[in-house]
Design a protein around this ligand. Structure first.
Ligand code: FES
Length: 146
């Protein structure tokens, strides 16, 4: 694993844990990484994510194969789902999850859980992807690469 990938995954997982997202069996970063990051491939501009992943945590990080950026998927209280690209809209840095949304380590932009800008320099909201449930999977419609 390259240093950049390791840091990216480690930061996301540790911040998730610190933020209080329910991660069963969270005893350290190495054991939590397999629970919190779901890796999958893009097929016909769609990602499939098992719905049962959300039985233990309302937030899942999805890592599409070949992408630099992860997608944060959240199950809302009304049983709908939201998918946000974790790419800062200022200068495209990978974001990290916080308890109340997302933050960018490069210049300090902050976004709320819906992807709206709370603090600049970013001015635009995060990219949303269409997500819907189909049988036991969530289907996330995505471009080939962001
Ligand atoms: S790249 Fe995120 S604030 Fe500048």
């Amino acid at each position: 694993m390259h240093r950049r990938q390791f840091l990216k995954s480690s930061c996301n997982i540790c911040i998730l844990g610190a933020a209080g997202f329910a991660l069963p069996g969270l005893t350290g970063c190495s054991s939590a990484s397999s629970l919190a990051v779901y890796k999958t491939g893009v097929v016909n501009k769609r990602l499939q994510v098992p719905v049962n992943l959300f039985s233990s945590s309302a937030v899942q990080i999805v890592r599409p194969a070949g992408w630099y950026y992860d997608i944060a998927v959240e199950k809302k209280e009304n049983n709908t789902y939201k998918a946000l690209l974790m790419q800062c809209t200022h200068q495209s840095n990978q974001l990290t999850v916080t308890g109340s949304g997302f933050t960018c380590s490069l210049h300090g932009s902050q976004f709320d859980k819906d992807g709206n800008v709370r603090k600049g320099p970013a001015e635009e909201a995060l990219t949303h992807y269409k997500v819907y449930k189909q049988n036991d999977y969530l289907i996330i419609e995505v471009p080939t690469t962001p």
